[in-house]
Design a protein around this ligand. Structure first.
Ligand code: CO8
Length: 258
């Protein structure tokens, strides 16, 4: 399918989506979000794909929602079109693992989309921020909620109230990103990481993802119970038998359901 605002390719069992609106630093216009949703739907439905990487350019992962497109909207436009919610949430509902590979600016909606992914790998040039306050609005796709859960109230509040950006080192220190790699190696490293995940049992990967996500939404007691039920249910899979037999036989596992 031809896309105008993103590039889509596969590398082995990894689906790679590159945001590609260089003239606007990958600002997330409606057309881009629509294309992103379609690409994610296609990878989700493709049995050959075990994990997804979402990236941008060396200068910008994405500099936010498209300010020029948003500027003239009325409250009624925003409310009736369910602006922000519609389309944007697709990234957070993908069941296959999705890694954000962030170089350069991840600002506003860009930071929010990165946080919707399962984890963020950062290039050493990455910069994260929620600058909406500087243009007279507030984050609308999770910036006040997910960022606070990642980095705690104090840092999230400072970033949302001042628009201050954090660099890759600070983002790693406070747990926003899983690790930092040299900018030039970022996409290859993200694909390598995704490929490793794609080599595991797919249902078990999906269960692990659901269990970690539950930690954001539930109490410890219910989270532990949910985890235990999923843990028990892995014992109904061929892949658990294969994984544990392979360990005992000192060989690599050959998972059937990848
Ligand atoms: N929207 C539209 N166009 C943009 C955006 C944007 N967010 N960011 C950059 N651009 C455009 C610029 O207008 C410029 O275009 P042109 O050449 O036609 O003037 C081009 O990209 C290059 O940008 P700059 O010349 O500004 O590049 P610099 O290197 O000087 O600066 C910055 C880079 C610092 C990233 C700067 O561009 C900037 O501050 N951008 C805006 C950042 C921002 O405020 N983001 C938040 C937007 S609001 C938001 O995301 C709300 C999210 C809510 C949820 C989602 C709702 C749909």
């Amino acid at each position: 399918m031809p896309y105008e605002n993103i590039l889509v390719e596969t590398r082995g069992r990894v689906g790679l989506i590159t945001l590609n609106r260089p003239k606007a630093l990958n600002a997330l216009c409606v057309a881009l979000i629509d294309e992103l949703g379609k690409a994610l739907d296609a990878f989700e439905a493709d049995d050959e794909i075990g994990a997804i990487v979402l990236t941008g350019s060396e200068k910008a992962f994405a500099a936010g929602a498209d300010i020029k497109e948003m500027a003239g909207k009325s409250y009624m436009d925003a409310y009736l079109q369910d602006f922000i919610t519609k389309g944007w949430q697709r990234v957070s509902t993908v069941r296959k693992p999705i890694i954000a590979a962030v170089n350069g600016y991840a600002l506003g909606g860009g930071c929010e989309v990165a946080m919707m992914c399962d984890f963020i790998l950062a290039g050493d040039t990455a910069k994260f921020g929620q600058p909406e306050i500087t243009i007279g609005t507030i984050p609308g796709a999770g910036g006040t909620q997910r960022l606070t859960r990642f980095v705690g109230k104090s840092k999230a509040m400072e970033m949302c109230l001042t628009g201050r950006q954090m660099d890759a080192a600070e983002a790693e220190r406070c747990g926003l990103v899983s690790r930092i790699v040299p900018a030039a190696d970022l996409v290859d490293e993200a694909v390598k990481t995704a490929d490793r995940i794609a080599g595991m049992s797919r249902p078990v990967v999906m269960m692990a993802k659901e269990a970690v996500d539950a930690a954001f939404d539930t109490t410890l007691t219910h989270g532990l119970m949910f985890e235990r039920r999923l843990f028990h249910s892995t014992f109904a899979t061929e892949d658990q038998k294969e994984g544990m037999s392979a360990f005992a036989e000192k060989r690599q596992p050959n998972f059937k359901n990848r």
